[in-house]
Design a protein around this ligand. Structure first.
Ligand SMILES: [Zn+2]
Length: 430
């Protein structure tokens, strides 16, 4: 079997791996880059209006023959590990005759991203993957492994062909709400792995203050107990583990958790996948309407949902009345200053900043300082810490371990055995 990592050998984001067996070719992930060639944040808007050829020349699109809309398909399938844009964001350029294998939860999140976040990745030709349910694509046998990650319903792939075995870790961790999945995999790993492609996002990042999702929840509880003005939770609406932590903290402190229409929609869609996911009409949950979200939902023919969510609507007056006992989901966007304007005396409001600290801008910090709003970071990473990466690599004991989804590939051999560092687009045979 031949492996080509088109992107990801030395960077986080834009993952794309090609596997070639005797008679077949498959692709794993087709992600939007997070950084450009100068390691500066990648501007996804720069893609607009460019042709496939132009995007290939500037290396935004990996050079994969028979993948794109402007040619006859020669790729037998695309596997998507999870619903983060740096793993699927370029999928819209792929020829839609190529089947896409994706989890139900990831598909729902891609659809929700299209509706609310102005993306356009249409998934038409899809097959739903399930934990430990193997499937075949020509010469390949693929077994998906559900993993713990900040994206809901994320998967790793165990791939067999030509008597060789490859394991693609995708993005994973052991300290989220599904940490038991890593424990199980370490206890009962797939064996005789010839090649492990393993992410290392956390290598080179600071150690985490909050070691796991339970510690995050505990700190949110403490904050809500102490608070005597409105508290905001800055989190991605797609980080379901975090929303669950926040909701559990609200139940323990009899706080109202205020979500928006976008979040209510996501929870409802994923509620069809897992019954444990909090819903807009559960105890202590209310929905704040913003025109922007309402228009988006109505625009795709889901006006009926607005009537349904309306049953749990909270308006500004009620929000002000209850504000000492409110945790409101928000983000650094144009809506947030509007909310602050409408809160009576917002001083000493608090933001629980529950995202990667790299997203926190000076502009936003200054805004909060001016308004006397305190920001406290309460977060745990979506990615495995070094110790978990080491336990995972040891359990799988691959004949070769190839770094992917990391800025620290050169340091892998300090921490792991049998490391083989590759370059983007460089083929290697297993
Ligand atoms: Zn991810």
């Amino acid at each position: 079997m031949k492996v080509i990592i088109h992107r990801g050998t030395k960077e986080i984001g834009g993952s794309c791996v090609e596997l070639i067996a005797d008679n077949s070719r498959i692709l794993i992930d087709l992600g939007m880059p997070l950084v450009d060639s100068k390691k500066q944040p990648f501007d996804s808007k720069s893609i607009a209006g460019k042709s496939i050829d132009e995007l290939k020349t500037e290396k935004t699109l990996p050079d994969v023959k028979g993948l794109y809309k402007d040619e006859e398909p020669q790729i037998d399938a695309i596997l998507i590990s999870h619903s983060h844009l740096d793993h699927y964001g370029l999928l819209d350029f792929a020829n839609d005759k190529i089947p896409v294998y994706i989890s139900r939860g990831a598909k729902e999140l891609v659809d929700a991203t299209n509706i609310f976040l102005n993306k356009n990745v249409q998934l038409s030709n899809t097959h739903i993957i399930k934990h430990l349910s193997p499937f075949h694509i020509k010469d390949f046998k693929i077994t998906p492994y559900l993993v713990d990650h900040s994206a809901f319903d994320a998967f790793a792939f165990f791939i067999e062909a030509d008597n060789k075995k490859v394991f693609y870790s995708g993005d994973f961790r052991g300290h989220g709400r599904k940490g038991v999945l890593l424990k199980k995999m370490i206890k009962n790993p797939p064996v005789n792995i010839d090649c492990l492609l393993m992410e290392g996002s956390m290598l080179g990042r600071n150690e985490m203050v909050y070691k796991d999702e339970t510690e995050v929840e505990a700190r949110i509880v403490e904050i809500l107990k102490e608070q005597n003005n409105i508290t905001f939770l800055f989190s991605s609406s797609q980080n379901i583990d975090r929303l669950v932590s926040a909701y559990r903290a609200c139940l323990q402190t009899d706080t109202t958790f205020v979500i928006d229409i976008y979040t209510a929609f996501i929870l409802q869609k994923l509620g069809e996948v897992s019954k444990k996911i909090p819903q807009f009409d559960w105890k202590n949950i209310r929905v704040k309407f913003f025109n922007y979200h309402a228009e988006k939902l109505a625009g795709v023919g889901h006006k009926e949902l607005l009537y349904i969510y309306n049953r749990r609507k909270i308006d500004m007056d009620e929000l002000n009345e209850k504000k000492n006992k409110v945790l409101m989901l928000a983000r650094d966007n144009s809506i947030f200053p509007q909310i602050i304007r409408n809160i009576n005396s917002p001083e000493e409001a608090k933001i629980i900043y529950s995202m990667w600290e790299g997203y926190l801008t000076d502009k936003f910090k200054n805004f909060c300082r001016d308004k006397k709003i305190e920001i406290e970071q309460v977060h745990t990473s979506g990615h495995a810490v070094l110790n978990d990466l080491q336990r995972f690599a040891k359990a799988l004991s691959p004949k070769c371990l190839v770094p992917i989804h990391t800025f620290e590939a050169a340091r892998y051999s300090d921490f792991f055995e049998n490391v083989k560092q590759m370059n983007d687009a460089e083929p290697f045979t297993i």
